[in-house]
Ligand binder design. Sequence first.
Ligand SMILES: [Zn+2]
Length: 69
Amino acid sequence: MPSHVPAQAADPAVAPIRVPLLAWLLAVVALVVSYLLLQENGLVTTGAVAEYLHEFTHDGRHALGVPCH
Ligand SMILES: [Zn+2]
């Protein structure tokens, strides 16, 4: 190995991988949806829809440490 190549570059455990664009887009959509669901206390919807959505995601909110009550 040439001396100018960093030792990490030869390590297969840290070899760079190519992530498809669709995967990045899916991750962004998932993050935005997660943010909206976690902040949903009347921010996006109101009334019975907001209450249903809150209860539907309630356990997940607590699992992630989001305060809701
Ligand atoms: Zn709660």
